[in-house]
Design a protein around this ligand. Structure first.
Ligand SMILES: Nc1ncnc2c1ncn2[C@@H]1O[C@H](COP(=O)(O)OP(=O)(O)OP(=O)(O)O)[C@@H](O)[C@H]1O
Length: 320
């Protein structure tokens, strides 16, 4: 193994006690991560996806040293995370979309001052990093605002800055765009792309939004029931799952199902129709044809969700 992040046959088994009667308890084992092996090279930006309960958070927690693996070998920058958690902490940054690491009642800048001391960042470097991050993440006018008053998108940008003040070589992001509007998502994605390109930061990104992966990662790993199901480009995942995108079309009036090559109508509701077409294909020819031949009022494209792609992957495997 010669990656920056290395996992070899990693396992995590939780022992769960379940109530089965008034006084009876049953002990059950949950294998959250099962013989997981992969490597991520320095500077890579990799998507890590899978359905709920697949084992993504458990993997990230083992990579930060919060959880100790039940078996196998795991290294980040040559460090065994659970044995040398505080040494590793200086080299990694973590952002959880669902939970903030910022101090809720204090102005944003105070969380940064605390990180300055906690990570013992040299003064000049702290000032330089703070200045750069505040500029790139558009936080200048928010520094004196208590975190609880920030919008979700502002808070997320604040969290990302906090995770990067100490110049980590690797950044773990757990759902960084969850709940954000289109503009905020674009800002976060733009920043991450820039960070990876300019600083060479290694990024492991967990998300349920396939557009995050599409716009940021050349490689995606799919985990399900603790096992690695797929490791490769996103396009290959669409092929493996034969996934489809959906075009939602609003017509001027109710019409019979429209007829367009390489797309099929899957639902009709009054003047609105839903057309499915292969995810690997551009929507442009379908849209052009619709606009030319039908009284079009509005349309939008819906990406397949990860659960649907993975469900199809399973279905494919079952018949092949
Ligand atoms: N501390 C724990 N004790 C017992 N079981 C756990 C614990 N943490 C996770 N699990 C179980 O391990 C499995 C994997 O959970 P994990 O949180 O890693 O999934 P996930 O892929 O991150 O899911 P989500 O997308 O919902 O966050 C689940 O069955 C979960 O219930």
């Amino acid at each position: 193994m010669d990656g920056f992040i290395e996992l070899d046959g990693v396992e995590k088994v939780f022992s769960v006690r379940r109530k089965t009667g008034f006084l009876r308890r049953e002990r059950r084992e949950v294998r959250a991560v099962d013989s997981l092996s992969f490597t991520v090279a320095r500077g890579e930006m990799v998507g890590y996806i899978g359905p709920n309960g697949a084992g993504k958070s458990t993997t990230i927690k083992m990579l930060t040293g919060i959880l100790t693996p039940s078996g196998g070998r795991l290294r980040v920058a040559g460090i065994d995370p659970s044995r040398e958690r505080s040494r590793l902490a200086h080299r990694i940054g973590v952002v959880f979309g669902q939970r903030t690491t910022l101090w809720w009642d204090l102005p944003l800048i105070d969380s940064y001052r605390l990180a300055h001391r906690m990570y013992r960042i040299p003064d000049a470097r702290y000032r330089e990093n703070l200045d750069r991050l505040v500029e790139l993440l558009e936080l200048r006018t928010l520094l004196d605002t208590p975190v609880r008053q920030l919008s979700l998108g502002q808070r997320m940008r604040g969290d990302i800055a906090a995770a990067l003040l100490h110049d980590p070589e690797v950044l773990y992001l757990d759902e960084p765009t969850i709940g954000l509007d289109v503009v905020s998502k674009a800002k976060v994605r733009g920043f991450l792309r820039e960070l990876n390109a300019a600083q060479g930061t290694t990024v492991l990104l967990t998300t349920h939004d396939l557009q995050d992966i599409e716009q940021l990662c050349s490689r995606v790993m799919v985990i399900d029931r603790g096992r690695l199901m797929y490791d490769g480009p996103l396009a290959g995942l669409h092929e493996a799952g034969e996934s489809e995108r959906t075009l939602v079309v609003d017509l001027e009036r109710e019409l019979p199902p429209v007829e367009v090559p390489s797309a099929r109508v899957v639902r009709v509701e009054g003047p609105r129709q839903w057309l499915a077409f292969p995810a690997g294909q551009s929507a442009a020819p379908v849209v052009a044809r619709l606009a030319a031949e039908y009284p079009l009022v509005d349309l939008s494209v819906r990406e397949p969700d990860i659960e649907a792609v993975i469900a199809k992957m399973y279905a494919e495997k079952a018949v092949s």
